[in-house]
Each structure stands twice: as structure tokens, then as C-alpha cells.
Write a protein of this length. Structure first.
Length: 215
């Protein structure tokens, strides 16, 4: 009997995956202050690429970060040096604020204006376009863990009164706008996915929150 996890398959978008063994996103603890990949990141992911995986899910890039295009191209080459498709997560941290190297807190949040929402959508699209041009196979919108997109989706943290918060459809609007903006700018063969889960980090909230956005 064949091991199904080892069988190649093709996604509807046309992305070919050699097997169903995936290197999930994780915290490598190798980041630098400029949030750009560098030699230790290249070396680590090239080693993973040698491991006969079906798919690699990469470092998370913030939609607010400034991008060094050449470093991300080199990173894409390292990840896919053995023909393993590689995904990059894109994200906006929203109400999460780092305090030191290992501590994350939920910052005081505020309601976003329509201009800020449009700017955030545009930054997600810009980040996706840069990753596509760098040579990655896919981007994954991070909509979990209390980050900005997650804060829109949750009726607990989303208190918008402008068409983005009253109903479940309203709370989906921000995410759907990001998907539409990315889809309009990347090649049709480029894959787009969304990360969703049930952990909204609400245990760390000390007071009722409006929609969170880090200053």
C-alpha cells in the first residue's frame, strides 16, 4: 500500500507539490533588527530544502517592513534550491507589541480610519507583489493570533462603525479587500492562501478593545 503523504499532487491554481509533508511556519529566533533575511537564514532554509519536503512555509514578513529586494531574491533562491515550492507569510501585527526578545503584549488599541484601512490593504498587496517578483511560489495572509486581520474578523476586538464591524460580512471585508488587491497584482499562477485559527490572544487583553492597530 502506498503512503498517501508521499504522493505528489497539484493545487487548483496549478502549483505542483511533491508530497504532503510541509515545513510549517515557526519562530527561528534568527531575526535581526532590520527584519531582512541574511546568511544564517539562507543557510537554514537551504538545509530544509534538501530534506525532500513537499512545501516550505517561510518567515513572516510584516506589511509595514521596508524590503531589500536583493536579499529576498537570494532567500527565495535558497528556499527553492531543490525545487521545493515555498510560501511566505505576510502580516500586520496590529495590537501586538514586542516587549523584549520573548515577550508579546497586547497594546492599547484604536479604531482605524478608512484611510488607514486603505493604506494597510495597499501594503499587503505591495508585500505580495515583491514576494512574487523575488521568486516565491505563494504568499499566505496571516489572519490569526490576534494580528490585524484577526482583529477585524473577531466581534470582540472589532468595534468599527464604518461598514467593517457591524456584521460577520462586514468583519470579513478587510480580509476580502486584501485578497482582491493581491489577486489583481500578482501573476495568475501565483498562489494565495489565508491562515486562520481560533487563538485570538484574548487572554492577554486587560480591557475592552477597539480594533487594534499598533502606533
Amino acid at each position: 500500500m502506498k503512503c498517501l503523504s508521499r504522493q505528489p499532487f497539484e493545487l487548483l491554481c496549478g502549483l505542483k507539490v511533491f508530497n504532503k509533508i510541509v515545513k510549517a511556519a515557526l519562530e527561528e529566533s534568527l531575526g535581526k533588527g532590520d527584519n531582512q533575511p541574511y546568511k544564517y537564514i539562507y543557510r537554514l532554509y537551504e538545509r530544509w530544502a534538501k530534506g525532500s519536503l513537499g512545501l516550505i512555509i517561510d518567515l513572516m514578513i510584516s506589511s509595514k517592513d521596508k524590503i531589500d529586494n536583493e536579499k529576498w531574491k537570494r532567500y527565495a533562491d535558497a528556499c527553492q534550491s531543490h525545487s521545493i515550492p515555498t510560501i511566505v507569510q505576510i502580516n500586520h501585527v496590529g495590537r501586538q507589541s514586542p516587549m523584549g526578545t520573548r515577550r508579546i503584549v497586547m497594546d492599547t488599541s484604536k479604531e482605524m480610519t478608512l484611510i488607514e484601512i486603505d493604506e494597510a490593504v495597499g501594503k499587503f498587496a505591495d508585500a505580495a507583489e515583491i514576494m512574487a517578483k523575488a521568486g516565491f511560489s505563494e504568499v499566505e495572509i496571516h489572519a490569526s493570533h490576534g494580528y490585524l486581520v484577526s482583529s477585524f474578523l473577531s466581534p470582540i476586538t472589532n468595534k468599527q462603525n464604518d461598514g467593517y464591524g457591524a456584521t460577520s460580512n462586514d468583519r470579513m471585508k478587510f480580509l476580502l479587500q486584501i485578497i482582491d488587491a493581491i489577486s489583481a497584482i500578482v501573476p495568475r499562477t501565483f498562489t494565495l492562501s489565508v491562515k486562520l485559527n481560533l487563538n485570538e490572544k484574548l487572554i492577554l487583553l486587560n480591557s475592552p478593545a477597539k480594533l487594534a492597530m499598533s502606533p
